[in-house]
Design a protein around this ligand. Structure first.
Ligand code: IPM
Ligand code: MN
Length: 333
């Protein structure tokens, strides 16, 4: 049976890289039935719609959702991020944002091979807070961080399971427990309690500022990192920069309880500066599609695509040429 995939190619280079990623999936012999959803900056500017509830309900009927990138310079910050991306993450309960990073020894110190598990539905992203006395000299803005025991625990448990499945079996909690003493306490206590159930997983704790130094100077120390929503957002851009660039950074927004479809998208944005030129690296989108295949149980095809991308690692060219090279390597496997 073909997998039913909803496609939100979005804006800018999102459209270009998504087309390549889906072609690669088909070339690997995976049967997919895709439906395009016209969502993103272009649609918003045309109709004022961001993510109507009827379309959100339609998205729920798919096996998975593939995203390119959303955003156009004409749309003010926050509109599409909150109204589309975060609305999807919250409504579909995509509570794990998994972001893998890899770079060979030749490229970076002792090599990079770690995964960041970012909590994806809480923290400062939750939307708590507001503006009071707006526009006056006494204006107040608050933006609280929401951390529930349930939300933290399911994220930490996923991270321990992931660490346990890997060779090194090492998990680092990243937070700022020395300043964020309430949220940090909940994270640290939950982490310690769950750790007691995973005797074979070694653990560490880093403050987020120190983690930024370690990630640049000694990234080989990391195996799996678990962290909150905002720290995870910032840390994964840094991780992308030290491991082959944002053009290769993939991400999976996952509902591990499978009560709604999961959403797979590159870490990068719509890159209006190079949109339409056909020069964006499609590898981040291809890797995101591979994460989708793994989530759908298509492990053989996922592995073959990984091999094909590895075989064409040094190839540079246009978006479409890189796609063709990967598809060619797939045939040669
Ligand atoms: C990401 C992005 C999003 C985030 C934005 C676009 C809302 O930066 O996926 O990392 O902050 O989560
Ligand atoms: Mn980000």
């Amino acid at each position: 049976m073909a997998h039913k995939i909803a496609v939100i190619a979005g804006d800018g280079i999102g459209v270009e890289v998504t087309a390549v990623a889906l072609d690669v999936v088909r070339a690997a012999g995976v049967a997919i039935e895709t439906v395009d959803f016209d969502l993103g900056g272009a649609r918003y500017l045309r109709t004022g719609d961001i993510l109507p509830d009827a379309e959100l309900d339609q998205l729920r009927t798919f096996d998975a959702i593939v995203g390119g990138a959303i955003g156009t310079p004409e749309v003010p910050p926050g509109v599409l991020e909150r109204g589309l991306l975060l609305k999807m993450r919250f409504a579909l309960d995509l509570y794990i944002n998994l972001r893998p990073f890899k770079a060979p020894k030749s490229q970076y110190n002792d090599g990079v091979d770690f995964m960041v598990v970012r909590e994806n539905t809480e923290g400062t992203y939750a939307g708590e807070g507001g503006l009071l006395r707006q526009g006056t000299s006494h204006e107040i803005a608050t933006q609280g961080s929401v951390n529930t025991r349930m939300g933290v625990e399911r994220c930490v448990r996923y991270a321990f399971d992931l660490a346990q499945s890997r060779d090194r079996k090492h998990l680092t909690l990243v937070h700022k427990t020395n300043v964020l003493t309430f949220a940090g306490d909940l994270w640290q206590r939950t982490f310690n309690e769950v750790a007691a159930e995973y005797a074979d997983v070694a653990t560490a704790y880093n403050h987020v500022d120190a983690a930024c130094i370690y990630m640049v100077q000694d990234p080989a120390r990391y195996d799996v990192i678990v962290t909150d929503n905002l720290f995870g957002d910032i840390l994964t851009d840094l991780a992308g920069a030290i491991s082959g660039g944002i053009g290769r950074a993939a991400s999976a927004n996952m509902n591990m309880a499978r009560t709604a479809p999961s959403f797979f998208e590159p870490v990068h944005g719509s890159a209006p500066d190079i949109a339409g030129k056909g020069i964006a690296d499609p590898r981040a989108a291809v890797f995101s599609a591979v994460m989708m295949l793994e989530f759908l149980g298509e492990n053989d095809a996922a592995q073959r695509i990984r091999s094909a991308v590895a075989a064409t690692d040094d190839f540079s060219g246009s978006t479409e040429q890189i796609g063709a090279a990967i598809r060619g390597a797939l045939q040669d496997l």
